[in-house]
Design a binder for this molecule. Sequence first.
Ligand code: PLP
Ligand code: LYS
Length: 423
Amino acid sequence: MTTSSPFALHQGVLHAEQVSLAKLARQHGTPLYVYSRHALRQAWQSFQDGAAGRDVLVCYGMKANSNLAVLNEFRQLGAGFDIVSGGELARALAVGADPARIVFSGVGKQVWEMQAALEAGVKCFNVESEDELRRLDEVAQGMGRQAPVSLRVNPDVDAHTHPYISTGLKENKFGVAIEDALRIYQHAATMDGIRIVGVDCHIGSQITEAAPYMDALGKLIDLIKALADHGIVLHHLDLGGGLGIRYTDETPLAPRILLDQVFQTLEKHALANLQLILEPGRSLTGNAGVLLTTVQYLKHSDARNFAIVDAAMNDLLRPTLYEAWHNVQPVQPRPMQDDTPRYDVVGPVCESGDWLARDRQLALEQGDLLAIMSAGAYGFTMSSHYNSRPRAAEVMVDGDRAHVVRPRENIQALFASEAMLPD
Ligand SMILES: Cc1ncc(COP(=O)(O)O)c(C=O)c1O
Ligand SMILES: N[C@@H](CCCC[NH3+])C(=O)O
């Protein structure tokens, strides 16, 4: 399997694998999400290579992209799943995922979600507060079960990422403070409905260095040793997701580099018998997808130039929410000159924050197709109907074939389940 990008120009037209994106846009319209099966497999392989035969369970963080075709691909490749809701559990089960490879994260699990996960027999609940632990104990006892539990510990480390996607600092809402963890584990050990199986952390997203993970690992190792001194022995250690991808010029952290360092440290502390769990989302799907959009209008002024396209913040929220940078690539590039204008690429939604890219030098004409790159993670899953815009279609390319894996929503579906009061 080659590691070159599955999105490349062939005879002047951007392709996904062997399929022309111009052709896909003609057939399916825009905005259109296009995924590459080859790229999903390639990303999965980098985790396999990183594991190098060690006991690593990779639970795909499906919030990044939960289309059933994507989930099914990872299931076939051997992935487990990291879920954060009853809806995600249902998706995992719908593709035949093995519940014994599902971990359930999230700060606000509801009773029905706990019941469904216990019923299914998930591997582990990553419990994020003492209140949640008490509730889970009650729910499990009510069902005559024991819930397998890891505490999600907040190790208070700086992941050096965007503040909105950092999760391992004290001020973040996630997990229990590391200073409280021993006491809460001891409490959990007294509960009939709880079976302690591991420890968990997730320090943030789009992380490009191993150091923050190693800082967190050091703190978890101290905790694991303290737990052992109190007779609490764990089966697994979950370091969460968070590995970054290249949006611009970042050098992503290769799973192999991270895992070698993690296992060296575990071996040094005689803890290599623990199963290691990772929950990568973005690194498995981010660069396996693009969002195709068509230029509707060009608007030039002294202050700024706008390329108004048919995709918007409701289709791809990341620029609006995080000021995230996505490369914008014309599907059939035109020659560029020194005086080629710079554009803000914006959508039709009635918000000034509705932009997909800013200040990009692009040779454009009305009707041109653009590919918003690196849109395979947190693209469609964060999309909405804002401004009553039907959500985009999704297509998966496999070699020279393209499969619609979610058709474009129709207008009627937008309000089909709404009701009016009688006059
Ligand atoms: C608990 C948990 N696990 C896994 C992930 C996946 O993260 P990423 O897509 O950065 O790998 C997230 C999202 O940040 C998360 O909150
Ligand atoms: N949704 C975010 C990352 C948050 C990850 C979920 N905890 C993004 O697009 O980058």
